[in-house]
Design a protein around this ligand. Structure first.
Ligand code: NDP
Length: 240
């Protein structure tokens, strides 16, 4: 197989699942990670290892990558896409929700990079794609903790990009605006969720998971000597 191994976290729905299909169609062997194994397996992609891994579980994350590398060779690209968005006012959101978001969106992403970066450095080649958000560049109402996690993704990515540049390893940040996925389903505040949904309808709908997966494919498929540092994409009708 001439195409190299790509690891995608959060591949059981949304952007991750759409990207898995595109990369597989382009001939890449894949390691797909998420907590819901049935959803990963239902994608039914060739040359693909599916593992139920919570990205906050460092050991499980490491073991899955080792297993995939034994089967398909070195990881060429890690897409740190797993994430949760629990919106709420800082006045009454529970610390448990802050913890969940920081553990998944920030610590999980750091785990992923630390697991693969040393070998990429040694090979003088590789790509990290961190999925942030337009909420990692600007702020919105009820987004304090979520935006905090995504601003962190930007800061971390830029710092790691600086560290990795001399080793020819790319660090790319993808910052989508609103897109239609399962992201809103986990929110505890029904009022905020419903407001968000009506805003999406008011602008005539948002991007699809495929739109975002296409942007990730574009960034990854540039030659190794070109690093798209930060790609921000939103629905054209999204003003904020
Ligand atoms: P989805 O909810 O559809 O997908 C999220 C994915 O993350 C799922 O596959 C979920 O799988 C996985 N996941 C969540 N927590 C964990 C965990 N602890 N360990 C492993 N996997 C986990 O939403 P999106 O596709 O929209 O989200 C993908 C990324 O895009 C997120 O980082 C999100 O913040 C970001 N984003 C989304 C936007 C949007 O409008 N949709 C806009 C901007 C950014 P499972 O539950 O099976 O573990």
């Amino acid at each position: 197989m001439d195409k190299k191994l790509v690891v995608i976290t959060g591949a059981s729905s949304g952007f991750g699942a759409a990207l898995a299909k595109k990369l597989s169609a382009a001939g890449h062997p894949l390691l797909l990670l998420a907590r819901r194994l049935d959803k990963l397996e239902a994608l039914d992609l060739p040359h693909t290892l599916c593992c139920s891994v919570d990205v906050t579980d460092r050991q499980a994350f490491t073991q899955a990558i080792e297993q995939a590398e034994q089967r398909y060779g070195a990881v060429d690209c890690l897409v740190n896409n797993a994430g949760i968005m629990l919106l709420g006012s800082v006045v009454d959101q529970t610390p448990t929700e802050w913890q969940q978001m920081f553990s998944t969106n920030v610590i999980g992403l750091l785990h992923g990079m630390q697991i693969v970066l040393d070998k990429m450095k040694q090979r003088q080649s590789g790509t990290i794609i961190n999925v942030s958000s337009v909420a990692g560049v600007k702020t919105y109402e009820d987004h304090a903790a979520y935006s905090g996690t995504k601003f962190a993704v930007h800061g971390i990515s830029e710092s790691v990009r600086w560290e990795m540049a001399p080793h020819n390893v790319r660090v790319i940040t993808i910052s989508p605006g609103a897109a239609e996925t399962e992201l809103l389903d986990h929110m505890s505040s029904e009022a905020i969720r419903e407001d968000y949904k009506s805003w999406k309808s008011s602008i005539g709908g948002v991007m699809s998971a495929n739109d975002v997966a296409d942007a990730i494919m574009f960034a990854y498929q540039m030659p190794q000597h070109v690093c798209i540092r930060d790609l921000v994409l939103t629905p054209t009708r999204q003003q904020n």
